[in-house]
Design a protein around this ligand. Structure first.
Ligand code: WTA
Length: 652
């Protein structure tokens, strides 16, 4: 069903859009009331949602518990995430419904349609494979796969037997993979020979081999995707298909406690090492299910396409657990959005009649640059709702998305959230509105946010720091893998640990609408990908000619932000293009292509604190032609004037 005309409520205020009558009539939630109801007793509200949306083997004894700084949900409750995402649909009309539509990158390769019934078989078989290889409840399994159905199958198979998956983005380097495998102590790694990117088969196995070396990984399972000739290590490496032939499709689900970890996912923080964010089963799944259903007003007959890679949290929640728990049909696409031409995404929407499309602002900006002739070539009238995530969306991108892709019919659901929150937390509900460019929306029902100043006082109508108030969201992280110190320090060290620290800036408008203003720490969003400046600095500092470096994000038309590196060389080294190339290729090797610095500047000195920390804040200000601020506490205040004149010479 298509939404028809939109009503612009306030003619004086531009770009304030409200849901159409049709949208409201169809929506699960069409009234404001839900917010007040939920806020009266958020714990009770989430309890009701968990009961309605999730299948429990045993009801919980206690809905919520807060023991600083850990919150727990549905204590004593028993369930299984795979049972919720797959098995339970088999007893309904969804049994033969398509769960996953997989579009390979090569256009001559056929689409793969996997029904819930078939998904159940594949997942059960693969769970048996894992069991056969000795995987037990609580063991960690590394997944380093491209966007192929085996990725979701592997994740669900882990969930089925209570193993904790740790998915690593396939475009991350072998070095990045290794770090994550070591920290998580994974004993199995699931990977592929390769995948297609812009028409070329890429070799993933060599990266996987590098990553697995020197870790606790004992067995490597390899999906045969491209058929490339790869090196298989005897006794360690097995092809997925060969193993699947050795097992049957009977595999009972393991009964899990609500608070048992479902997965860990590494994400960047302020230090150089990524942290393993832990998500539990019951709370995470409740939030995944309900945010998918309500944010995107997802109904049984919908085809949902979230373009995020499973290597990121958006891929976990909205390309796997959320929509599959709801019982929707999802689209998974292997390749590049503009291959073989910039019409590829739009052709996929037309081909499968996608109703709900969820992507990142960087993708929209890229397509806007290709021109509206590309989406206009395709029938996009199946679209009902458009979502965006990962970084702030600017007015131009918002309007292009709204008008050109959505034909001014579809609301733009701007969803703010984080790896740590497991599911969306700030957005507008499609049946409620209003949809205002650059205003992410309001806190999801049952979630409370506060914008505070540095002293912890609430600020209204002004920019401040965004915190989450109690009761904390069911999907909120349950710790940092093997690092409770870091968990406490990162999220609970301000204001007496009473609020969850998002590290984002925000402003509350009209008492309830929230405008996000960007990260307040040293984390960048490069084309929607999360990256720590310190990770990049560590990589750059590995170069023998580099003495020190400071990385800061600068605005970029398509990618939102890109890293810029200031480098101090060793006394004998000289700047050169060759050296810049070496530094860039080092960041690729250590982290992956997303980390590539846009520019490398060679400088003599960088402003530092007394303890020797590079003041990135000052670097950012100078780049923006702003005054450096108070420099009296620096170890080397004279460096600021030198840097200023160096920057002038660079004509920034
Ligand atoms: C940013 C991605 C503005 C924010 C789900 C957050 C956003 C970080 C939005 C988390 C949005 C995400 N508007 N900023 N709609 N969504 N962000 O962990 O700074 O990769 O803290 O999770 O992305 O990035 P992460």
């Amino acid at each position: 069903m298509k939404a028809t005309k939109w009503v612009v409520s306030d003619k004086k205020q531009k770009h304030v859009y409200w849901p159409s009558k049709e949208m409201k009539a169809r929506a699960w939630i069409s009234s404001e009331k839900v917010y007040a109801e939920a806020d009266k007793n958020p714990t009770q509200f989430w309890g009701r949602l968990a009961k309605e949306g999730i299948t429990w083997f045993k009801h919980w004894n206690k809905t919520y518990e807060w023991k600083k700084p850990y919150s727990k949900w549905f204590l004593g409750g028993k369930l299984n995430a795979c049972h919720n995402a797959v098995d339970r649909h088999l007893e309904t009309h969804r049994k033969n419904k398509v769960a996953i539509i997989w579009e390979p990158e090569p256009i001559n390769e056929p689409t793969q349609y996997i029904t819930y019934y078939q998904l159940h078989k594949e997942v059960s078989k693969f769970a048996n494979v894992l069991k056969k290889l000795g995987v037990k409840k609580g063991d960690r399994v590394g997944i380093y796969l491209p966007m192929i159905p085996e990725a979701q199958i592997a994740m669900l198979a882990c969930a089925r037997i209570g193993a904790i998956h740790s998915v690593v983005f396939s475009a991350f380097s072998g070095e990045s993979l290794k770090k994550r495998l070591i920290d998580g102590e994974a004993k199995i790694l699931i990977t592929a020979d390769g995948y297609y990117r812009r028409g070329k088969p890429l070799n993933l196995k060599s990266q996987a081999d590098f990553g697995a070396k020197g870790t606790k990984v004992k067995k490597v399972i390899v999906v045969n995707r491209t058929g490339a000739k790869i090196k298989m290590t005897k006794g360690r490496d097995y092809y997925w298909n060969d193993l699947m032939k050795t097992v049957n499709s009977e595999c009972p689900v393991t009964v899990m406690n609500s608070e048992d970890p479902l997965f860990i996912l590494y994400t960047s923080g302020t230090t150089g090492t990524p942290k393993g964010v832990i998500h539990d089963t019951g709370g995470y799944l409740t939030q995944a299910y309900w945010t998918t259903k309500l944010d995107f007003d997802l109904h049984d007959d919908d085809v949902f396409w979230c373009t995020a890679d499973v290597g990121w949290i958006t891929g976990h929640t909205y390309s796997c657990y959320g929509p599959l728990s709801v019982g929707a049909t999802i689209v998974t696409f292997e390749g590049a959005p503009d291959f073989p031409d910039p019409g590829r995404f739009w052709s996929i929407i037309e081909k499968y009649g996608v109703n709900v499309f969820y992507t990142a602002p960087t993708v929209i900006r890229m397509f806007a640059r290709f021109g509206e002739e590309w989406p206009k070539k395709y029938d996009l009238t199946s679209l009902r709702i458009l979502g965006t995530v990962g970084e702030p969306i600017d007015l131009d991108a918002w309007l292009w998305y709204f008008k050109i892709v959505g034909g001014s019919r579809c609301p733009i659901i701007d969803t703010w959230w984080q790896t740590e929150t497991g599911g969306t937390l700030i957005n507008v509900l499609p049946g409620v509105g209003p949809f205002i460019p650059m205003v992410a929306g309001r806190s999801f029902p049952g979630i409370r946010h506060k914008v505070l100043d540095a002293e912890g006082k609430e600020v209204k109508g002004k920019e401040g720091y965004l915190f989450q108030d109690k009761p904390f969201a069911p999907g909120l992280l349950h710790g940092v893998w093997k690092n409770s110190k870091r968990y406490k320090k990162t999220y609970w060290s301000k204001h007496n640990g009473e609020y969850y620290d998002t590290s984002d800036g925000a402003k509350i408008i009209k008492g309830k609408y929230i405008r996000m203003t960007g990260r307040t720490d040293d984390v960048m969003k490069v084309a929607g990908h999360r990256l720590a400046t310190a990770e990049l600095e560590n990589a750059i500092n590995l170069h023998k000619d580099v003495s020190e470096s400071g990385v800061v994000p600068i605005p970029h038309k398509i990618k939102g932000e890109v890293p810029l590196a200031f480098v101090i060389l060793e006394p004998k080294a000289k700047p050169s293009d060759e050296l810049t190339r070496e530094i860039i290729s080092l960041t690729r090797k250590i982290i992956g292509p997303t980390a590539k610095p846009e520019k490398v500047f060679y400088v003599k000195d960088l402003p530092k604190t007394r303890s020797g920390k590079i003041m990135r804040r000052i670097l950012k200000r100078l780049l923006n032609n702003e005054p450096a601020g108070d420099i009296s506490t620096l170890r080397n205040p004279e460096s600021v004037a030198v840097l200023k004149s160096e920057l002038k010479k660079l004509k920034l």
